[in-house]
Design a binder for this molecule. Sequence first.
Ligand SMILES: Cc1cc2nc3c(=O)[nH]c(=O)nc-3n(C[C@H](O)[C@H](O)[C@H](O)COP(=O)(O)OP(=O)(O)OC[C@H]3O[C@@H](n4cnc5c(N)ncnc54)[C@H](O)[C@@H]3O)c2cc1C
Ligand SMILES: NC(=O)c1ccc[n+]([C@@H]2O[C@H](COP(=O)([O-])OP(=O)(O)OC[C@H]3O[C@@H](n4cnc5c(N)ncnc54)[C@H](O)[C@@H]3O)[C@@H](O)[C@H]2O)c1
Length: 449
Amino acid sequence: MGNSFDHDLFVIGAGSGGVRAARVAAGHGAKVAVTEEFRVGGTCVIRGCVPKKLLVYGAHFAEDLQDARRFGWDVPECGFDWPALRDTVQAEVARLSGLYRQTLDSHQVTVLSERATVTGPHEVLLASGRRVTAKVILVATGASPVLPSIEGAQLGITSNEVFHIEQLPRRLVIAGGGYIANEFAGIFHAFGVQVTLVNRTSQILRGYDESIRDRLQQISLAKGIQFRFNAELARVEKIGDGSLRLHITGEDPLACDALLFATGRKPNTEGLGLTEAGVVLDDQGAVKVDEYSRSSVESIYAVGDVTNRVQLTPVAIREGQAFADTVFGGKPRTVDHSCIPSAVFSAPPMAGVGLTEAQARKRYGDIKVYTSDFRAMKNVLANRHERALYKMVVDAATDKVVGLHMIGPDAPEILQAAAVAVKAGLTKQDFDDTVALHPSMAEELVLMR
Ligand SMILES: Cc1cc2nc3c(=O)[nH]c(=O)nc-3n(C[C@H](O)[C@H](O)[C@H](O)COP(=O)(O)OP(=O)(O)OC[C@H]3O[C@@H](n4cnc5c(N)ncnc54)[C@H](O)[C@@H]3O)c2cc1C
Ligand SMILES: NC(=O)c1ccc[n+]([C@@H]2O[C@H](COP(=O)([O-])OP(=O)(O)OC[C@H]3O[C@@H](n4cnc5c(N)ncnc54)[C@H](O)[C@@H]3O)[C@@H](O)[C@H]2O)c1
């Protein structure tokens, strides 16, 4: 691509979307630079999906070690060493970040380590004061945790800090009721921390199927995770012994040793110079883009969380790939945002794809709902009472499976495979025609009545 710019493509942000776009565009022959103000890998690798999932694995040993006794193993009293897990997870994060860096290097992508702001349709300004020009600019700056604007909010931490805490608190309050809140509730509860979730609405995990999230709430309560619903934090106060007192509107204050805000994330566009350059943002501050991820400025594109379409890593990666193929590979492509499977790595995990029962009822009117409510074989022998729940939502007119939702051991692993069938538009009959794989939990999918 011959032009008088320093680069064909300048990417701001080396996270899930930015790294993929940079690497693929370079593979298509473009001269690419990417800049990262924090650590290469972005949220998912450094302080999101990856370290979170490793903590989930670490947390699961609490139950596994207990259950092992019912399977004949002589397990002595086991202690848990938080710094040991924290540090091995951080070492793995550093290794992965290095691999991302290597991939960029091996594709001849220039990697810079400083903050960039946009100063025009083809120009960015680096923190060091250097100006760089590019034919195309890709904004892949992700999102950041939002804190409620209440007095003392700075006394709490967010998912950015939670991976690094010095020691486990005795009592942890988590504000919020979404993905991050429920995942960390499960993690810290397993480590022996007394966890209370403070939620301003009456339900956790809005958007997930109601029966499935109710089941998570029941199981969490039975484990000893506490919930405060319809509870709005009003003020946070540090008291003499170093602990925190949380003032909640209309309720008794709550004492804790640490407060984790899991109250949503906002697109990283503040101070980025986008509006000044003519890029239109929505009322949440997200970059408005068309189906090819192009903003209102012809030479500026955006992918991933900063566009606030679906805040998930595989979506950011697909958007980055489609952008690079479209703009530098001569293969225009869009990303299909329908039927995206997702999971909450709670304890037990839940996963879903397609429409919830309520959404399907609204869309199709006449639907059929099949469920399987069962205790996993392993849980029966372990004398663990929690039950798994699978739900299949079917359009009555066509027999098509339009939604699949589950909670139970390994639900995300099972759902990923089943999502192929839902995405392909298969029918309930197609599921029924498939012979069960026995004994498994996944066989419930083809045995639903
Ligand atoms: C705790 C947590 C758990 C999560 N778990 C999951 C999960 O299990 N599964 C899943 O699919 N998703 C998960 N997510 C969401 C997932 O991490 C994001 O959707 C994904 O990382 C988005 O990728 P991105 O490329 O848009 O942005 P990011 O990965 O956030 O990358 C953006 C990068 O841009 C950099 N940057 C920002 N501004 C500038 C600037 N001006 N100059 C230079 N660099 C800049 C940032 O430092 C960052 O590294 C989780 C998120 C969190 C917070
Ligand atoms: N397993 C996964 O795929 C995974 C895991 C973690 C995060 N993520 C992504 O990251 C995004 C952010 O996660 P999250 O859990 O922060 O957001 P979320 O949108 O899932 O939940 C935010 C919660 O905070 C509450 N809330 C918002 N403002 C509040 C306020 N001022 N006071 C009190 N409560 C408030 C909301 O009611 C909601 O319960 C998710 O939307 C998701 O896309 C994905």
